[in-house]
Ligand binder design. Structure first.
Ligand code: SAM
Length: 275
């Protein structure tokens, strides 16, 4: 597109945007890579997108070029002038909100309309938001997909299958009513400054919610089961009211360990406790 934007490195230099360690800033400058990330959720033309942590706006400009209507939440005020310039290049298509995304109601930003979420966030904020986006009782959510950068080890935990050491609470949370895939690995050298570890982008779409299961109950079961993952279920689920009986009724051997249980089995236990 002929939007004549300056290269991102020039934007950073012009606005003095040195990456702040305390804000977990690792910027992406490779526009081809950013375009590929923006393409992961599919055609974005005229779709609402929530971007959390746009920083100097690398991914933001890729989203705007893809035709999205973007609302971006950024807590680093230093980035706002660069984002305002970007907004001028795409009139009426970018809304920037200053603040902490953890403290905001994201649905309210779109007046109940559906929106896709894309984000390259610091590890701790990304995991907290992911848990919130995936964890609500109301399903399907207003968001239509999550396209999120994580450190690779966390991404692998999200898409992990039963029986693997990466399988745990995050996998169950992502997969019991969602389709999660590892969409792209991103080498640490793609970031400025490069983080210590490799990264990967996870893409999640909502799927049908199993009937009669409370999300909170399922999370209580997985928290207890994986909180003592080396112990047998008999021991790890002892403190969850009704769980030992549920194992018996469902014919799940209490000598098994959490990581051997399929997502369907966790769902069945949570359903028994929801009744
Ligand atoms: N998206 C840009 C990119 O890919 O180059 C910047 C990525 S940088 C890893 C993460 C950004 O998220 C930073 O600009 C940081 O200020 C912002 N951020 C961190 N915590 C945040 C929060 N709780 N709410 C909103 N933005 C946050």
């Amino acid at each position: 597109m002929g939007d004549c934007l300056p290269p991102l490195r020039e934007v950073i230099a012009a606005h003095g945007l040195s990456a702040s360690k305390s804000l977990g800033q690792n910027f992406l400058f490779d526009e081809q890579l950013l375009n590929r990330i923006a393409a992961i959720p599919g055609d974005l033309s005229d779709r609402n997108v929530l971007e959390v942590g746009p920083g100097p706006g690398g991914l933001t400009r890729a989203l705007l070029r893809a035709g999205a209507q973007v609302t971006a939440i950024e807590m680093d005020r230093r980035c706002l002038p660069a984002l305002a310039e970007l907004g001028e290049a795409f009139p009426g298509r970018l809304t920037v909100i200053e603040g902490d995304a953890l403290k905001m109601d994201h649905d309210a930003l779109f007046d109940g309309a559906p929106y896709a979420i894309l984000s390259n966030l610091p590890y701790n904020v990304g995991t907290a938001l992911f848990t919130r986006w995936m964890g609500g009782e109301a399903w399907p959510p207003n968001w239509t997909s999550l396209t999120l950068m994580f450190q690779q080890e966390v991404a692998q935990r999200i898409v992990a299958q039963p029986g693997s050491s990466a399988y745990g609470r995050l996998a169950v949370l992502a997969q019991w009513r969602g389709i999660a895939r590892l969409a792209m690995k991103v080498h640490r050298s793609a970031f400025t400054p490069p983080p210590k570890v490799m990264s990967a982008i996870v893409h999640v779409q909502p799927a049908a919610m199993p009937e009669g299961v409370s999300a909170a109950k399922l999370q209580a079961v997985t928290a207890a089961a994986f909180g003592q993952r080396r112990k047998m279920l008999r021991q790890s689920l002892k403190g969850v009211a009704g769980a030992p009986d549920a194992l018996e009724t469902l014919g799940i051997d209490p000598q098994r360990r959490a990581e051997t249980l399929s997502i369907d089995e966790f769902v069945a236990i949570a359903r028994a406790l929801t009744r």
